[in-house]
Design a protein around this ligand. Structure first.
Ligand code: CUA
Length: 385
């Protein structure tokens, strides 16, 4: 039950019982008059005069009834649209074909976990097409529309697990857009709603420390040299001597940015304060060392929505099941053979429409993944049988 459910149910049951009563009354009189005025008793049709008071009665009474129904629906609607200021916000993203719930704590989840007895605001967004978030037990439902922010709110009044699903046909995997709402006590919720602080990843550090203001990661020349694919690349410094961008050089270039400046770039890089750990992570990343600070691959599969279309238990969904995928052999849509080694799986994630497995639709979107997330996923898939 939610606070919203009370008003919805009230209006629903009122209308239902009024309808049942009217049905009974009308049916009763219909049968009664059919018997009373049957042909053998009244062989000749007679003119019946109108009855003023009866007519006033059956005009005024239904009007009052209908206005009262409108009033109940209207007050319920006003309640649904007015979110209390202290409501806890959860960002909901719908995509083909999964739900993602994002909390202020930074927590991201594929099931909706919420505390009991607190106003909750769900801010809805959609990545691709129209979806609709429906929690039948809570009597709430709202469309998620690309580009149009929508919302709903409620206070859950009972602990437990409830269904949440998509109520707007959104393509092949529509029926798979189903997940759970889990209502916990405040204490349990707080325990759940904490983010294990993962080791910082290189990309995050480059962003946070402002490096990307002057260095691109896509080869574009900015104020400083681009940082992608520099590992072990040779080049020339401003003083005409040669250098090789190995890890040692990269570290020196970060610690003493004005000492060994690359030719044709201005010697203007400031010294960025970094801890030893941060320096190690960034230079290892730039030097191309495979040292993924991998988030759990399973977590990535969940939060990126992969499991909306791929099972981990061998069930055929929209896409092929992912368990035991390493080493799997089969045929692609173009009838060529493939073997799912690490390279193939990586390609299948990065360019999902290029090498589609036979008998599956070529509809997988490109999911943005960091390098660390990608290798986390690959490592995880290797282990799942
Ligand atoms: Cu999303 Cu139906």
């Amino acid at each position: 039950m939610t606070n919203i459910a009370h008003s919805v149910d009230q209006a629903f049951y009122f209308i239902t019982w009024v309808s049942v009563a009217l049905l009974a009354i009308v049916t009763f009189f219909m049968v009664y008059f059919a018997i009373k005025y049957r042909k053998d008793k009244h062989p000749k049709a007679e003119e019946i005069e109108g009855h003023l008071w009866l007519e006033i009665l059956w005009t005024v009474l239904p009007t009052i009834l209908v206005m009262f129904m409108f009033y109940m629906g209207y007050t319920g609607f006003v309640l649904m649209r007015n979110v209390p200021d202290d409501a806890m916000e959860v960002k909901v993203t719908a995509q083909m074909w999964s739900w993602q719930f994002q909390y202020d704590s930074g927590k991201v989840s594929d099931i909706l976990v919420l505390p009991i007895d607190e106003p909750i605001k769900l801010s809805l967004g959609a990545k691709d097409v129209l979806h609709s978030l429906f929690i039948p037990a809570f009597r709430v439902k709202e469309d998620a529309v690309p580009g149009v922010p929508t919302y709903l709110w409620f206070i859950a009044e009972e602990l437990g697990e409830y269904d949440l699903f998509c109520a707007e046909y959104c393509g092949l995997g529509h029926s798979g857009m189903i997940t759970k709402v889990n209502i916990l006590s405040k204490a349990e919720f707080d325990k759940w709603n904490t983010v294990k602080t993962a080791a910082p990843d290189a990309l995050g550090l480059l962003k946070a420390k402002g490096c990307l203001g002057c260095h691109s990661l896509d080869g574009t020349r900015k104020v400083g040299p681009a940082l992608n694919d520099i590992a072990d690349k040779p080049g020339m410094l401003a003083d005409g001597s040669a250098y090789k961008a190995d890890k040692a050089y990269i570290k020196r270039a970060i610690l003493k940015p004005k000492a060994e400046v690359v030719k044709d770039y201005p010697p203007i890089m400031p010294t960025i304060p970094l801890t030893d750990e941060e320096l190690e992570i960034i230079s290892a990343f730039l030097a191309g060392e495979e040292k993924p600070v991998a988030p759990s691959g399973k977590e990535v599969l969940k939060t990126k929505g992969c499991l909306g279309c791929h099972s981990l238990d061998g069930t055929r969904k929209i896409g092929p099941p992912l368990n035991g995928i390493f080493g799997r052999k089969g045929t692609l849509a173009d009838s060529t053979a493939y073997e799912a080694d690490r390279a193939y799986i990586k390609r299948a994630i990065l360019e999902p429409k290029a090498e589609v497995v036979k008998d599956y639709p070529p509809i997988m979107p490109t999911i943005p993944l960091s390098k660390a997330e990608l290798s986390g996923v690959l490592d995880y898939l290797k282990e799942t049988k």
